[in-house]
Ligand binder design. Structure first.
Ligand code: TYD
Ligand code: MG
Length: 467
């Protein structure tokens, strides 16, 4: 085989090609290829073998330490991590610049040192003094063993880790650290990948937990955290608008817990504060007595969230009717509109339809279908929706309302927030009756007085929901 010295790598997804390409065939990103050096991998294999000295052992002989999780004492984060930071694990925190990655990292460091752990915070982007200023702002005294270093050379970082022997290390961010043996510039796919895999090996061999912070970039000049997802144990992404105060931390991969758990935070003047009852906040600005506003319950991981879906339907002034969905799947909206046209007979073909999920949250749960369809119908007819009601149900192509998962959990959350009625699929209702009536005699369920109204079709739901 002819030896290639350089390779062109897509900075978005890591696809490699021997020649430059204008558009990545893998992720379709334009102009994302950068020439990178390919040779150093062989040079380093000698050094790397030193890290892998462990002999294979029998599974039954493997020892597990009792304290295998460190609590961060930030319960929203602990839950997303699956109950705390696993010793020796690598967690990637991704998100747009300025969303709060450094802030939460420093807050977590502070909580950990308070419990007597040793933490090393490698701040490659900010000077030590800047970090101190931020810590002051966060009211993080840093009493205890919180070490800070401004360093971007990975070999020196590794040395610090070996010397200090911290239990937790933060690398802020992976796009600025580099390995001198690799000639590509910091932030390129090969640097980011090599650094991350070096850090992962370090974590596994020393039992240090490492948080790697990575910026999500749109332009493709920096390698995104996506290229690291398969290397690390846990991937958390910060979602939310940089201009709104709410931030959602979502686990998209977790080797030690369930995925799709979310943690909700609020950016305050002194750092990120936990939002213990997100439903209350998502509903707090809900207008009363307005058509097109519906409350649905979506499941995020193990937690039900109540969110408001708004819709606006207005006569299209162009020949081409527009459909816009914010926080809801566009294609799914198209499907629901088609069902409303065909099965209910609403003349929506010449109407602009907008759907928005309040609070910047993205809905993927099919249980929101019924609510979205009713919001559109209510906006179109300009009819009010039954007040204090939560809507649950998946809508099928025949206009039928299909059963959903975890109905009891969602209903309890709605009852807790003071909703008095719940429209739900008839099949769920049947199963619930059983569990509400006895069986598991769950007293809390009986105490909540929420009226359950079963529906089997969208048509039926619409006639009950609109006066
Ligand atoms: P930061 O954690 O620096 O973002 P990242 O590391 O993800 O790039 O967060 C920066 C933003 O947060 C910045 O716009 C200022 C704001 N902020 C507050 O509102 N309150 C605070 O206490 C702190 C520390 C930051
Ligand atoms: Mg930062």
């Amino acid at each position: 085989m002819v030896k290639t010295k350089t390779v062109f790598t897509c900075q978005n997804c890591g696809y490699q090609s021997p020649k430059w390409l204008g558009r990545c065939p893998d992720c379709n990103q334009w102009n994302s290829f950068v020439e990178e050096d390919y040779s150093p991998v062989a040079v380093k294999s000698k050094e790397r073998s030193a890290l892998y000295k462990d002999e294979p052992i029998l599974l039954k002989d493997v020892q597990i330490k009792e304290t295998d999780r460190l609590k961060t004492n930030i319960s929203e984060l602990d839950r997303v991590l699956g109950g705390g930071v696993v010793v020796g694990s690598v967690v990637l925190i991704g998100g747009d610049p300025g969303i709060g990655k450094s802030t939460i990292s420093l807050q977590v460091s502070n909580q950990l040192v308070k419990q007597g752990h040793t933490v090393l915070y490698v701040s490659g982007e900010e000077s030590v003094a800047q970090t101190k200023l931020r810590a002051r702002r966060l009211d993080a005294s840093g009493d205890g063993r919180l070490y800070i270093v401004n360093q971007t050379d990975l070999s020196l970082v590794t040395e610090h880790i070996r010397k200090i022997n911290p239990e937790v290390v933060f690398i802020d961010s992976v796009q600025v650290i580099f390995q001198p043996e690799i000639s590509s510039s910091p932030g390129s796919v090969s640097q980011v990948r090599e650094c991350a895999s070096m850090l992962t090996q370090l974590a596994k061999t020393t039992g240090t937990s490492i948080f790697i912070i990575g910026h999500v970039t749109k332009q493709g000049t920096l390698a995104g955290p996506r290229v690291l997802e398969h290397i690390v144990d846990t991937v958390l992404y910060f979602e939310g608008d940089r201009f709104s105060i709410y931030r959602i931390l979502r686990a998209v991969k977790n080797r030690f817990g369930s995925t799709n758990e979310i943690g909700v935070f609020e950016m305050s003047t002194s750092g990120l504060q936990e939002v213990k009852n997100p439903s209350q906040i998502f509903l707090s600005e809900r207008p009363k007595e307005v058509s097109g506003s519906v409350v649905v319950s979506v499941l995020e991981g193990s937690r039900p969230l109540l969110v408001e879906v708004q819709s606006l339907v207005s006569k299209s002034s162009f020949g081409y009717a527009r459909r816009r969905a914010e926080g809801f799947d566009y294609n799914r909206l198209g499907l629901l509109v088609a069902v409303l046209e065909k099965r209910i007979g609403l003349a929506l073909e010449a109407e602009d339809i907008f759907v928005n999920v309040a609070g910047g949250i993205k809905i993927e749960d099919p249980a929101a279908d019924l609510g979205v369809a009713l919001a559109v119908a209510s906006a179109f007819r300009d009819q009010l929706i039954l007040a204090d009601t939560v809507f649950l149900g998946e809508v099928g192509l025949a206009g039928e309302v299909r059963s959903i998962s975890q109905a009891a959990l969602r209903i309890n959350e709605a009852a807790k927030l003071g909703f008095r009625r719940c429209l739900l699929p008839r099949n769920n209702y049947k199963n619930l009756e059983h569990s509400f009536a006895g069986g598991r005699s769950d007293k809390s369920k009986k105490k909540e007085n929420i009226e359950l109204i079963p529906v089997s079709s969208l048509k039926e739901a619409l006639s009950i929901a609109t006066k």
